[in-house]
Design a protein. Structure first.
Length: 296
């Protein structure tokens, strides 16, 4: 079934999903084609798309065990992902995933830090960032388990054209079609600066997310919230109650921001100094505060 058409010169590029299946909760497969392409274009697109699929898509996983109880189970018996107590914003892909086996009638309580990122990270690379009582876990954020591309050529002489085949395997946290769309958007974002007529200084990754919040600044909005709430009340409103996205929540916690008062004492500039914190996160944070409290 044709999903989208893009006109290039006198040719009309078409892409479609020719095969899609779910092997299990943690393995999905999709096969896509794009045609017709001029000789050489299929390899150009296929190589770039494979790298984007494997390295540019973010994933969410548990990367650290802490002292706070988010898994609570009592033995004897098996502990699985079904025993994880998670907020509504977190969905467990496979709740049958084995975690531990308890052979004695003891209680097991483990806190989990959930993080969203890309690529992979070995726990030994950040030994000084872990708090006492924590246990770091190697993090493989990539939701795409594998990606391949192949090319079928047809036609004769100068009329020779190509069909690009893309095969995508994901871990179940997103479908192959969703991975294809996200990888495509990421590639487009990387090439957009070259469409500008004049040469510009480019700020990729975290720098491109930094900016201001016109017309009302972050500080002004939080100042209004401070006026509407007594300082004593703010001290006893914990950020855990705000239902923040896991990445924003973890960023704030790493900087010892535990209450609403702690947050109001920070400026937008302070927040932007936090590792992995972006201007989009500031905007989302303001939206959540406006939802829970009267700011305007």
């Amino acid at each position: 079934m044709v999903r989208e058409k893009v006109t290039v010169s006198t040719r009309t590029l078409q892409w479609k999903c020719v095969e899609s299946r779910v092997d299990n909760k943690r393995l999905c497969y999709g096969r896509f084609i794009l045609s017709p392409l001029i000789k050489g274009q299929a390899d150009t697109i296929g190589i770039a798309m494979r790298r984007a699929l494997l390295g540019e898509i973010e994933g969410t996983l548990i990367c650290m065990e802490l002292a706070a109880p988010f898994i609570c189970a009592r033995g004897p018996g098996y502990v699985t992902a079904q025993d994880i107590i998670s907020p509504p914003s977190v969905e467990i892909v496979d709740n049958t995933q084995h975690i531990a086996r308890l052979t004695e009638p003891i209680d097991l309580c483990i806190g989990l830090q959930i993080e969203r990122n890309r690529g992979y990270r070995y726990s030994i690379k950040r030994p000084n960032n872990f708090q006492d009582g924590s246990y770091p876990i190697d993090a493989v954020f990539m939701p795409v388990r594998n990606a391949n591309h192949s090319i079928h050529s047809y036609g004769n002489g100068n009329e020779r054209q190509e069909i690009l085949f893309l095969e995508i395997w994901t871990n179940g946290s997103l479908t192959p079609k969703e991975a294809l769309h996200e990888a495509s958007r990421n590639l487009i974002d990387l090439f957009i600066p070259f469409l500008h007529g004049e040469e510009e200084t480019l700020h990729l990754e975290y720098n491109r997310h930094k900016g201001t919040l016109p017309p009302l600044t972050f500080h002004d909005r939080l100042a209004k919230l401070r006026k509407n709430k007594k300082e004593r009340e703010l001290k006893y409103i914990f950020i855990d109650q705000l239902e923040l996205p896991p990445r924003i929540y973890n960023c704030l916690k790493r900087c010892n921001i535990h209450t609403l008062l702690d947050l109001l004492n920070k400026s937008q500039k302070d927040l932007m100094k936090i590792e992995d914190f972006r201007i989009e996160d500031v905007k989302q944070l303001l939206g959540i505060l406006e939802k829970h409290f009267t700011i305007d």
